[in-house]
Design a binder for this molecule. Sequence first.
Ligand SMILES: Nc1ncnc2c1ncn2[C@@H]1O[C@H](COP(=O)(O)OP(=O)(O)OP(=O)(O)O)[C@@H](O)[C@H]1O
Ligand SMILES: [Mg+2]
Length: 255
Amino acid sequence: MAKSIAVSGKGGTGKTTIAALLITRLCRLGQTPVLAIDADPDSNLAPLLGLNSRKSIGDLREEILQEIKNFPPGMSKPQYVEAGLHQIIEEADGFDLITMGRGEGAGCYCSLNNMIRKFSDDLTPSYSWVVIDNEAGLEHISRRTTSNIDALLIVVSDNPLSLHSAKKIEEITDSLDTRIKNRYLVANMVQDHRLPVIHDRLSDIGIELLCDIPFDPELEELIYKGETVKELNNSPILDHIDEIINKVGGLNANS
Ligand SMILES: Nc1ncnc2c1ncn2[C@@H]1O[C@H](COP(=O)(O)OP(=O)(O)OP(=O)(O)O)[C@@H](O)[C@H]1O
Ligand SMILES: [Mg+2]
């Protein structure tokens, strides 16, 4: 069964960067195949992984609603949906990417959403890992779109509002049966001299702090130049990414 990690937290804390690094490291460690899910309607995981975004599930959903009366003869709606879903999987070296795209418009999506969910559920067991990059905010958690996952990473930075978001995520996931096995805090880009204060504030949240990922100017520069996170070598950040993989997967990722 695939191990799954979902990355959540306030806007700009580094969710997409961490998701991309996790995917890249898992591939390098041979923990493949990996299913990468970009669940942010803003869809910016693909460029960090060196891929072009393709049609998203949101696009497909709209297309099906438009085309519903013109299905090819002999093709049922589930067959059409399945054929479309196979097309939107972007295949790369060691991993596949699915982009969720924007949410639902005004049409009736229930049966479609059920088909899409079934497709995803059927797909998941063929992967070793699933890594989900979530949108900022709490809606995806309260709507229970984040479900059946082994680890929810809650990323915080030294922005006090990110700590506030983390607390809210804790409360929501405490109160809902979201089927999240474990939750971990990850502090990202916190300046060294602020770490004691941030750690102190994080102690108000009853969730283990898994690691402190430092700010790496080389990583920032790579992303600025539009390069992929694969280009990052020998960064101390990678040890922390391995620490996350180790914790969630029970692997020895240091070998
Ligand atoms: N550890 C790090 N070291 C250096 N730069 C980083 C680090 N983590 C993130 N960044 C930078 O911070 C910026 C924001 O990161 P990212 O896009 O991953 O955040 P996000 O939480 O996904 O944002 P959003 O909520 O908008 O989706 C990126 O441009 C990236 O360059
Ligand atoms: Mg993002």
